[in-house]
Ligand binder design. Structure first.
Ligand code: DGJ
Length: 799
């Protein structure tokens, strides 16, 4: 709900309040964002006076700060909490807006003009944004401000999503003057706090190391989370959190914030000289400048904020529900996602139709539902130096084209999907030979390549039409039900032949707008295709992409141990229904690590499950196990894909590297109706004689009785190595033929866990699990949990 009470604006969600006011000077002053406050419940005090105690009192300009005006000589903007701040009128913190006018000046001053409260949610003009899922559930406030002398109008747009405890913000700038104005920055969100010492959590990384949670306590100066890669990037995801030193997963205050944008972003946390903190979020101002001509409008992307007074878990749940309900759209929004086999790590560029069909056949036999043909099917693409841009089938590899392959795969009872990377071009391609001017590069200057490829110039309408036409032809050429949309380099050598010299700093943003245009056309044209975003894994994992593609390939790192950390990082800001995770071969192709097949599945099933390995070369035993995994996953898929996720053993983010390496992950996913749950425990390093493990549940019905159980995993006697001789009647040489025969015929029973208990017991006391093997002692009640071993547990509410 949104209320205006005199000069106050109160935005309310189920558990939070956001309050600001119009100052006598016309500036917008922020008052409160956090847990709920009440302003007008008393009939006779419906005048806003109940807010008086919260208003900042200023009776003089402190120190050598700037006095705003003769009319308001006691107003100093330097230390006021503001909804937006511009340069040059005394607020010397990070500005929300920075403009250069035709006279060369760059001082701006935006003052209140009017406000309008609407039901519903307007969409942005060219940028993706959140939407109202059910009529009458979202409210919007549009506050109009004006820089009087310069004829520039700004709208601050607030939308309130009560159920998910989310507020979104964006801004629009209208040039109502007769001269050009240069936008040096227009951010999306400014949020001022009257305290400092926030724990600023960011998710940093690189290729194959996405979403590494890092914490920074900011008591002075500034910490910036940012990327200049041209994309939202794996270096610094746009999702950030603010907490207190004492905030835990389950308790304490915290804010989560994200930006619905796929390009360069900027999240700055700055503490001023008086100890107040400003969070500023938006398009990165570096390398950005936009010429706004008279009559034109510029809109900034939408920022998303949420608050929880019950720790990081609740904050994550707000974000998860918001993304599922108000970001992801289309046919696949609530639909269970299929289990897939992807050809990449199985074959890379080296495949024939026969090889793919063999892979598909074995996949089908294990219960897989979708076959995805990855890179290498088009042009002369036998390696990554060639053919991007030439989207016609390589008939040497696929003589019957995509159609014949797809038909045969469909005949097996599998869906068919395909990989594309439409935003790119290789120099070695017909596309580049015909249209070198379509690439982003500076004419006459050597171009710095990334993965041997160049970006196509998505600021050029001809290029947009080309990509849309090419992709339409591909998607219509066979029964394609899934598309993996990849993007494998970052920006360099920014230049577009289709833009004037004065517009060259618009390229980054125009590229992203071009991409959104393509995605919009194609997703509307092919509403039933399941699109999966990808950018060398998670180099463009953001809410902008999720507005078009319901899921994203989270990382090229398929190693389960690394993945546990990466997926746990994503879980802070994104629901499991948004990230895919694959079981791959061993040794793993990124780390060369050996990890049990059970563990690879246990980690991957907490994302959208797929397989990415050469199934026909696996043993019968492994294939049977994969078949069982998929059957199990299908039974629990609705819980795992759409339930509430809990990080049970996660610490405060300040662990040492060693602590992190010896971590035991415990995850839990509870169905929305709280009747079913899946839990996972994975140990990284085994430390001897630490046999005690407990699992404390969350999110269950306190009064519900649950059946908690595992499916016992068989123990391989070879896991004990030469220890077998402590029991064996004859000596068995390690790895000898006899050892292998014994291991094949004699599987030891793993521990069984089977309890019934009330939800409150499971949550308030927890389950004391069977003891781990601790260097001594073994029987069927002992859990053999080596390095990288894991367990799944299930909970079902009893009638
Ligand atoms: C990068 C992706 O992240 C991989 O999964 C794979 O599709 C390759 N590109 C193909 O070139």
């Amino acid at each position: 709900m949104i209320k205006r009470i005199n000069n106050l604006f109160l935005l309310e969600t189920k558990n939070t309040s956001y309050l600001f006011q119009i100052l006598p000077s016309g500036h917008l002053e922020h008052i409160h964002y956090g847990a709920k406050i009440t302003l007008n419940d008393l009939d006779n005090l419906n005048d806003g006076s109940l807010a008086d105690c919260m208003l900042e009192k200023q009776a003089f300009c402190p120190g050598n700060s700037i006095a705003y005006s003769k009319e308001h000589p006691m107003l100093s903007l330097e230390d006021r909490m503001l909804e937006l701040s511009s340069l040059g009128k005394g607020d010397i913190r990070e500005p929300f807006i920075e403009l250069t006018y035709s006279d060369g000046s760059s001082t701006s001053d935006f003052l209140f003009e009017k406000a309008e409260i609407q039901t519903g949610k307007n969409l942005l003009m060219k940028l993706p944004c959140a939407y109202e899922n059910l009529p009458g559930t979202v409210w919007t406030l549009i506050v109009t401000l004006r820089h009087k002398e310069k004829g520039i109008k700004m709208e601050l747009i607030y939308s309130v999503f009560p159920k998910e405890d989310v507020i979104t913000r964006s801004a629009k700038l209208y040039n109502e003057s007769t001269a050009n104005v240069q936008i040096e920055r227009l951010l999306s969100l400014q949020l001022d706090f009257d305290k400092n010492g926030f724990v600023f959590t960011t998710f940093n990384g690189a290729w194959a190391r996405e979403m590494d949670r890092s914490v920074h306590v900011v008591t002075s100066g500034r910490h910036v989370n940012e990327t200049l890669t041209g994309f939202s990037s794996n270096r610094a995801n746009p999702f950030i959190m603010l907490g207190n030193m004492s905030t835990t997963q389950e308790s304490g205050e915290c804010y989560g914030c994200n930006l619905i944008y796929s390009g360069n972003h900027f999240e700055s946390l700055q503490v001023n000289s008086y100890g107040k903190t400003r969070l500023s979020v938006g398009i990165h101002p570096t390398g950005f400048s936009w010429q706004l001509k008279p009559g034109e409008v510029f809109e900034s992307p939408e920022a998303v904020i949420t608050y929880s007074k019950n720790g990081y878990t609740k904050m994550s749940h707000n974000m998860h529900d918001f993304i599922r309900e108000h970001i992801v759209r289309g046919t696949w929004k609530h639909k269970k996602r299929p289990v897939l086999i992807n050809s990449w790590e199985a074959t890379y560029f080296r495949f024939t139709e026969a090889k793919l069909l063999k892979l598909a056949k074995v996949a089908k036999d294990t219960g897989i539902e979708l076959f995805v043909l990855d890179d290498g099917w088009f042009g002369g693409r036998d390696d990554d130096t060639t053919s991007l841009g030439d989207w016609y089938v390589n008939t040497k590899k696929l003589p019957g084209g995509l159609k014949r392959l797809a038909d045969k795969i469909n005949d097996m009872g599998l869906m068919f999907g395909i990989w594309v990377e439409p935003e790119m071009v290789n120099e070695k391609s017909q596309c580049y030979a015909t249209h070198p001017e379509w690439a982003i590069e500076i004419p006459g200057q050597e171009h710095s390549l990334g993965r041997n490829q160049k970006l196509l110039d998505l600021t050029n309408p001809l290029v947009l039409d080309y990509i849309i036409d090419q992709m339409t032809t591909v998607f219509e050429s066979a029964n394609i039900e899934y598309v993996k949309w990849d993007m494998n380099r970052i920006f360099s050598d920014y230049f577009s032949t289709s833009l004037l010299p004065g517009q060259q700093k618009e390229i980054g943003h125009r590229y992203i707008l071009g991409l959104y245009h393509i995605m919009n056309v194609l997703t509307l044209r092919f509403p039933n295709i399941l699109f999966e975003g990808c950018a060398s894994g998670g180099n463009r994992f953001d809410l902008g992409m999720l507005c078009y593609m319901p899921q994203i390939w989270a990382s090229d790192n398929t190693d389960a141990i690394c993945r546990a950390k990466i997926q746990q990082g994503y879980s802070y800001g994104y629901p499991a229904s948004c990230f895919s995770a694959h079981v791959s071969g061993c040794p793993n192709h990124q780390t060369l690590r050996m990890t049990p097949l059970d563990t690879r599945f246990h980690i991957a099933c907490f994302g959208l499950l797929g397989y990415e390995c050469n199934l026909p070369e696996l043993s019968k035993e492994e294939l049977a196990k994969i078949g069982d995994q998929i059957t199990l996953y299908k039974k629990w898929r609705d819980v795992l894909q759409f339930g509430d996720f809990y990080r049970i053993t996660e610490g405060d983010g300040k662990e040492t590297q060693e602590e992190n390496q010896s971590k035991t992950y415990q995850w839990l996913c509870v169905s929305k109706d709280k009747k079913r749950a899946v839990a996972m425990m994975m140990q990284t390093w085994n430390i001897p004689n630490t046999v005690y493990k407990k699992f404390v549940m969350k999110g269950l019905l306190e009064t519900g009785i649950y059946h908690f159980y595992n499916i016992p995993q068989k123990v391989n006697v070879k896991d004990f190595g030469s220890l077998i001789n402590a029991m064996a009647p004859v000596h068995i040489k390690q790895d000898s033929l006899l050892h292998n025969v014994v291991a094949r015929v004699m599987k030891l029973e793993g521990e069984k866990e089977d309890y019934k208990a009330y939800g409150d017991t499971l949550m308030n006391c927890g389950i004391r699990l069977a003891p781990s093997f601790g260097g001594t002692g073994f029987n069927e009640q002992v859990r053999v949990l080596k390095d990288y071993d894991s367990r799944l547990y299930f909970l079902e509410q009893q009638e």
